[in-house]
Design a protein around this ligand. Structure first.
Ligand code: SF4
Length: 262
């Protein structure tokens, strides 16, 4: 978790995310599935830090004693050991996770950081009033699901000027489409227009296109050939090709051929 108004972890407006804290969780784990026990732990940590000072022992299990509430109402959770809250002093060392926490990032956070200020504002407007466990939950916060598709798709949605989070949550494609197809969706929107995002059949339309494209890419070669995808193109494009082709590497000439097909 990081602190800065530009970062999704702590974007201001009383919003905050602790979804990756601590950075040791089972796949698919969502804090929002355990609101009662976690809220109790957050309150206990906050009190313990105030009364006894920062923890001195390493984290054991899946829970970090440095997580607590940043506000008296108990809506905004965050890292109480972070240097931004301790006059520049980083108190995370004894947890054993300082380095991992400092470099932790997620696709929604990277997409958010790549947006313009107006686009970030438009998406945060849709998050208004969410407490931290809900804000960081892809299940409860459609903006988190949207950002996982990458900055291009998220920017298109921001420009649509939605006023209510419920309107975004009601779009079927947001739950039915693999986020890894975000780059491909952005390319299709160039032809279909941004209004396609609001149409009921978008998930099926994109799936038909993606499956046809995947067939044209051909079967996986017995041994991976070429260069790592992420060295030949950006994160979001690499992720789309990896998902569609099943390959992590590609020859530059093949990538050029794939791009022609889109
Ligand atoms: S899950 Fe992403 S947005 Fe949330 S605290 Fe971690 S890096 Fe930040």
């Amino acid at each position: 978790m990081k602190h800065s108004g530009l970062l999704l972890c702590s974007p201001g407006r009383g919003l905050g995310c602790v979804a990756c804290c601590p950075p040791i969780r089972p796949a698919g784990y969502d804090h929002a599935d355990h609101p009662g026990s976690l809220r109790r732990l957050l309150a206990e940590n906050t009190r313990a830090l105030r009364e006894q000072g920062p923890p001195t022992k390493p984290i054991t299990g899946y829970w970090c004693p440095g997580l607590g509430f940043l506000d008296p109402s108990g809506r905004q959770a965050g890292c109480l050991l972070h240097p931004a809250l301790n006059q520049g002093q980083d108190l995370r060392g004894p947890t054993g996770f300082q380095e991992k926490c400092a470099r932790e990032s997620c696709p929604p956070a990277r997409a958010f950081a790549a947006l313009g200020a107006g686009e970030r504002d438009a998406l945060l407007d849709l998050c208004e009033g969410l407490e931290s466990l809900a804000f960081g939950s892809p299940r409860l916060n459609p903006v988190m699901r949207l950002l996982a598709f990458g900055p291009e798709v998220a920017a298109c949605v921001a420009w649509l000027g939605l006023r209510r989070r419920e309107d975004l949550a009601a779009w079927p494609w947001l739950g039915e489409t693999p986020p890894a197809w975000g780059w491909l969706l952005a390319r299709r929107l160039e032809a279909w227009g941004e209004a396609a995002l609001t149409q009921a059949g978008l998930a099926q339309r994109l799936a038909t296109h993606a499956q046809a494209l995947a067939r044209r890419l051909g079967p996986e070669p017995p041994m991976e050939q070429g260069q790592p995808l992420h060295t030949l193109c950006g994160e979001w494009e690499a992720r789309a090709w990896q998902h569609l082709s099943g390959r992590r590497r590609v020859r530059p000439a093949d990538l050029a051929r794939w791009r022609e097909m889109v």
